[in-house]
Design a protein around this ligand. Sequence first.
Ligand code: PMV
Length: 323
Amino acid sequence: MKATIKACANLALIKYWGNAFSELNIPINDSISVSLSELQTTTTLEFYQDEDQLILNDSPVSGEGRQRFDFVLRHFRMLTGVTDNVKIVTTNNFPTAAGIASSASGFGAMAHALYEASGLDYSDLQVSSLARLGSGSASRTIHPGFAHWHRGADHETSHATQLAPPNNLRILVTITSPEEKPLSSSKAMLRSKESSPFFAQRGNTANDHIPYLKKALLEWDFATIGEITQREANNLHAVINTTEMGIYYWNRTTVEIIHRIKQLQTSGIPCYYTMDAGPQVKVLVMPEHVKEVEKSLAEIDDIKRIINSGVGFGSQVTQDHLF
Ligand code: PMV
């Protein structure tokens, strides 16, 4: 049987950074994300008899990516009893592994496609838990709009639920470099856990932020949403930068954009920045201020591209098979 899934990347407003139990990606804190309509992965998966195959953007996947794929597959087989081999072909419409959550949409699409192609009955929560094994943030992919990943205590209880449906928020994804990041987030968070003096405190603070952001999202209090999001990004990078020998994902343009957003805030324009394990900056802004913010960012020479995204549909089944 064959299935094709289109999955949106997601952007963490409250960040995941580190695990209580690393092997299964059971995190130290809950996190909250928004689905991104313009950043999509398409994955076609078919059960067949030949050996397992994974092709990403036209090339076979090897190394860390392949190991994680095998790990998800092993668990899927264990959980469902399905033993057939699989062929997976997957494409992203945005730069892979550059800090815009390609692993989230990639593993989200893969987990969803495995269940869909198997013909078994399944729930969103099962897809979420399976996706988490490939990449923690992938647990939040399946839901349209805003998702809440409950850290839980084991494989079954660590999954995401939908928090709020899509609305008219815009997210400007500024690409400052299309290159792959030097260190994957899963490796970097392990190193942070071992060596940043602020690692545990950041996780506690993130958990403390959860009820405030939840309330703000449900009431649509954009100023509070933006303030918490920006604070979370700052806390995340404080931990990353204080990891043994310092890890630096930012480049000069990343810093220039942060300054620009702060200037816009001072001039009364509600827009807020956030960054993940990469040099790109994502800016939250409501539709009525998009033009002003885009115009201001266009003055920064080194921005390669700005993707103006809406709130996405999570992941869904389509008939547009890739093979
Ligand atoms: O899911 P991973 O292992 O790619 O880690 C994601 C980490 C951040 O993007 C920095 C934060 C998050 O919650 O998405």
